[in-house]
Structures are given as structure tokens and as C-alpha cells.
Design a protein around this ligand. Structure first.
Ligand SMILES: NC(=O)c1ccc[n+]([C@@H]2O[C@H](COP(=O)([O-])OP(=O)(O)OC[C@H]3O[C@@H](n4cnc5c(N)ncnc54)[C@H](OP(=O)(O)O)[C@@H]3O)[C@@H](O)[C@H]2O)c1
Length: 308
């Protein structure tokens, strides 16, 4: 498993992360098997959010950690807050909400400290000073070791930095061979037909320039949770290329698709969301594959994209 050094203590984080968004209907023993499988292939980073399964994802992991404190030492545990699902969904980066969320996360997980906390989705009404007060408190009390964001553009991060003193070390962003609006926009800079459907640009370059780890989510999905593109006939050409490269590298098409994400040249983590141990083993193979430039661009084009 490829790793990179993170933070001042240079913790080695795995290039593949196991995301626990989809585990709410699994039993604790099934989730324990998933975690054991991940650890067995060197995956040491685990991603959660307070809203996953309405808190159930964290509760299940908490039950496991209560009985298996030995696992905690091997795991980098990350969670996210800032999305409120009530009568409707909205976003809340207030100090009170961040602090209450972290209390809930730690209680559900039966742990004293999170390795990293991310702000889940931008809250346009955020006051950077309030976020700073919340982060200062969480850092001083030892409840959170590292901080980051998710789905934020460069100016949002700059705005946070006007008050927050802790380094924002991670940005978690959606990226897959079939979902790359940031790259699409980047390729078409200075072109007559400007392709920019996300309204944001340079998130990836900003992360690189500022030493932020990029954690890619939904690495096998197209659209916004529209499904897995592996084996989907709508993505016939993409699957043809993935299948051919899978044969060439003696691996699976999903491992090639994940290797495509990991080829982006920075401290990159691909978050996989499978609930099946076998698929964790397959995904882990991606970490060992470095696609050539030509292969990377071939996959990009096979997904129906264009280049100038
Ligand atoms: N920051 C954010 O806003 C955000 C948003 C979404 C997700 N995330 C994080 O990213 C993680 C991963 O997201 P995700 O679950 O959408 O990622 P994903 O790995 O792209 O998708 C996982 C889903 O794909 C299925 N799958 C995997 N391999 C397959 C294959 N070869 N053929 C058919 N189906 C396959 C899995 O089914 P099986 O379980 O049956 O394998 C599972 O339902 C989440 O757990 C969460 O931690 C973050």
C-alpha cells in the first residue's frame, strides 16, 4: 500500500481510505471484518461523518472499538460535521454546532480524540471567527488533532484562513473517471467554448500549492450518486478501456478506475465505499498501479470528455 507522510509527526497515511457511509445496515461483526480486511492490506484511514446513517455508522464503529481498543491504535479516524438534516437539509458552521457535533461523534465512537475533522459542505453564512473559536477549543482540549474541509473552493478556504490558525490540511472532493468537472474546466481555460459546470476552478491546483491532501470520494460513481459506472452500458467505451487495462495490469476494472484517481500527482487518497471485503482487496491493488500519462488521458476521453 502506497503511503505518504502527513502532518508534523509524519504519520503514514494510506492512499486508499475506507469510507463508512454505507454500513448502516451491516452488523458490527460484518463491519469488523471490513476493517480487519482494510488493515490487512495497509489501509489505515477511515472516513465517517456525523450524518452517515443518521449517526449509525459511527455507532457501529463505536461498538466495535469498545470491544477492540487494539484496533483504535491502528486506525486514523476522521469524521465530518456541518450538515444538518432536519425538516430539510442545510449547513451550519456555527461554533455551537461544530462543538456539539464533535461531542456527539466522540460519544458514538467511544473514543476521546478524532485524528481529523472536516467541515462537510460549505455554509455560506459561516463566520470564520466562530469556526476559529471552535477549532481552538477542539485543539486545546485534545478532541481533534487535525482539521480540514470538504467540497470547498479555494476562496472559501482562504476566507476560513483569515481567522482559523490551524492548518487546513485536507480537502475532500468528488472525483472519478466519469466525474471530473474541475479537470474539464481546467482543460478548457482560454477556449472559446468554456466548460465550467461546477462554478469553481483550480480546487485541485490550490490544494497542491497549499500542501493539502486531496481525498477523492465516490471514485466509482457517475453524477451525484447516480450509480457505479463499472459494467454500466452507458459507459461502454470507458468500460472497454478499463477492461483492457485491467487485463494488461492483471487486476480488475475498478482497480484501474481507482488508479486513475490516484494518478493525480499530489498527496492523494481515494475513498472507497464498498461494504464487501473482497472489493477492498481489489481496490487495494490500485495503490500499486501507476498509469502512464497516455493511459490516464485515454480513460478520460473514453468517459466521453473532450480535450482542446
Ligand atoms: N465529502 C463528501 O461530501 C462525501 C460524499 C459522499 C461520500 N463521501 C465519502 O466517500 C466514501 C465513498 O463514497 P461512495 O460509497 O459513493 O464510493 P464508491 O466506492 O464509488 O461507491 C461504493 C458503492 O459502489 C458499489 N460498488 C463498488 N464496486 C463495485 C463494482 N465493481 N460493481 C458494482 N458496484 C460496486 C458498492 O457496493 P458494495 O457495497 O456492494 O461493494 C457501493 O454501493 C463514503 O463512504 C464517504 O466516506 C464523502
Amino acid at each position: 500500500m502506497k503511503t505518504f507522510e502527513f502532518g508534523q509527526d509524519k504519520t503514514k497515511l494510506s492512499s486508499i481510505v475506507l469510507g463508512l457511509m454505507r454500513i448502516k445496515n451491516l452488523s458490527p461483526s460484518q463491519v469488523e471484518e471490513l476493517i480487519e480486511t482494510a488493515l490487512s492490506v495497509g489501509i489505515n484511514t477511515f472516513d465517517l461523518a456525523d450524518i452517515y446513517g443518521g449517526g449509525r455508522s459511527e455507532e457501529i464503529l463505536g461498538q466495535i472499538l469498545k470491544n477492540r481498543p487494539d484496533l483504535r491504535e491502528q486506525m486514523w479516524i476522521q469524521s465530518k460535521c456541518g450538515i444538518r438534516i432536519e425538516e430539510f437539509t442545510y449547513f451550519d458552521f456555527s461554533k455551537e454546532h461544530i462543538l456539539n457535533s464533535v461531542e456527539g461523534i466522540l460519544q458514538r465512537l467511544h473514543i476521546d480524540q478524532l485524528d481529523s475533522l472536516l467541515l462537510h459542505r460549505p455554509d455560506v453564512l459561516m463566520e470564520p471567527e466562530e469556526v476559529a473559536e471552535a477549532f481552538d477549543h477542539l485543539e486545546k482540549t485534545g478532541k481533534v488533532r487535525h482539521f480540514g474541509v470538504s467540497n470547498q473552493n479555494p476562496m472559501m478556504i482562504e476566507l476560513l484562513k483569515t481567522a482559523v490558525s490551524q492548518p487546513l490540511m485536507i480537502n475532500q472532493l468528488q472525483l472519478s473517471a466519469a466525474f471530473a468537472p474541475e479537470f474539464d474546466a481546467g482543460f478548457h481555460v482560454n477556449m472559446e467554448k468554456n466548460i465550467s459546470n461546477s462554478g469553481t476552478t483550480s480546487i485541485f491546483e490550490y490544494a497542491r500549492a497549499n500542501d493539502m491532501v486531496i481525498q477523492a470520494w465516490s471514485v466509482l460513481q457517475h453524477g451525484y450518486f447516480q450509480g457505479v459506472f463499472i459494467g454500466d452500458q452507458t459507459f461502454e467505451k470507458l468500460n472497454q478501456v478499463l477492461n483492457r487495462l485491467a487485463q494488461q495490469y492483471q487486476t480488475t476494472p475498478s482497480a484501474i478506475a481507482i488508479a486513475w484517481v490516484l494518478r493525480y500527482p499530489t498527496n492523494m487518497q481515494a475513498i472507497i465505499g464498498t461494504t464487501q471485503p473482497q472489493r477492498i482487496l481489489e481496490a487495494a491493488q490500485a495503490s500499486e498501479i501507476t498509469l502512464s500519462r497516455k493511459e490516464w488521458y485515454e480513460i478520460y476521453l473514453a468517459a466521453g470528455k473532450t480535450l482542446p
